[in-house]
Design a binder for this molecule. Sequence first.
Ligand code: ACO
Length: 398
Amino acid sequence: DVVDVRSLTGKGLFTYDPGFVSTAATESKITYIDGDAGVLLHRGYPIEQLAENSDYLETCFLLLHGELPTAEEKENFLSTIKNHTMVHEQLSHFFNGFRRDAHPMAVMCGVVGALSAFYHDSLDIHDPKHRMISAHRLIAKMPTLAAMVYKYSIGQPFMYPRNDLSYSENFLHMMFNTPCEDKKVSPVLAKAMDRIFLLHADHEQNASTSTVRLAGSTGANPFACIAAGIAALWGPAHGGANEAVLRMLAEIGDESNIDKFIAKAKDKDDPFRLMGFGHRVYKNFDPRAKVMKQTCDEVLAELGMEDDPMLKIAMKLEKIATEDEYFVKRGLYPNVDFYSGIILKAIGIPTEMFTVIFATGRTPGWIAHWNEMISSDYRIGRPRQLYTGHTRRDYPAK
Ligand code: ACO
């Protein structure tokens, strides 16, 4: 049942819903989730079918425009994105202001927000044409910036994008090739990367998307809004979970320690949680996790890593936790981050970069929601509060 409280505003009704568990902040036509049934649809299309038949950029088009592209539209979209892959040369100087050991998400918040300094047309948010140009710029430049963040952290020269490669091949090229060595990107790894981007492309009103919408509702420019989304995504309860999964696996260290960590996760006096398990909306299974698990198997086989000790711990943990009554009763299944962390580690992406990859994949979702909001009849987002502090009191007499 939906109670539309707008008509009751000013009539004494006040809703209190910490964590927005049952409060819709907006209507949306982009993504549908049924957490109990494990369903995720983008513009009506099931995520499993998109993962099987579509690719990341086509899914970006779908999220932005509401329909799958025709062959001609797809070709034009791909070529538009390729047109925007480079970043202004001056932006590369920004990196020098950061310590090389800075967390990549800290640098991403800065450089993505800084894009607004280069594109003044993005300030004209009420022109749909300019909104779409900003969308293309963001989708195209996120992998370039992500790879620059990584290269800066290891002291290697930045790699320019190669527009003869696909979106995901180009990303892996910019990450792992150098001016001295231009290796061909493995098609299996490029496909896995594309799937990771696709499976993260949107997830309705999660914390980072809601942050983008809230920032956007003030009329802020899209680059600033996406930088706000990146900041919100960073937390370990959201996008930072994939990084936390790997740290947890390293901490477990050996299969013989798994039971001890499961017991810790169940102990209510211990703040420890099994990272990569549970989801606010999916209390059955996360449909993205199923596809991700299949991709994970493909990648490990391609790299001959089935016997990697850390991956063995992950697989054993998955088995034990999904059979344990505590986790089953609470609907705590492995989420998308559990498997994406394992795949990214196998591909050779350093752990600190995991959330940056998530941010890159999530960009079309953020921008599609921002665009949907600005195209509609929206108001500034202004949550209320239930005040529990002191009642009025006088300043002590001197
Ligand atoms: N390990 C152990 N217990 C857990 C876990 C976990 N990972 N997750 C939830 N629980 C328990 C809670 O202690 C609580 O138990 P109780 O009912 O006995 O008190 C119950 O399950 C419900 O937990 P909530 O915190 O109320 O669930 P909520 O929906 O608020 O939180 C969240 C969801 C944040 C994802 C949580 O499951 C969690 O912290 N998971 C680990 C971090 C993680 O993997 N995050 C990624 C999310 S997916 C994404 O962002 C793409």
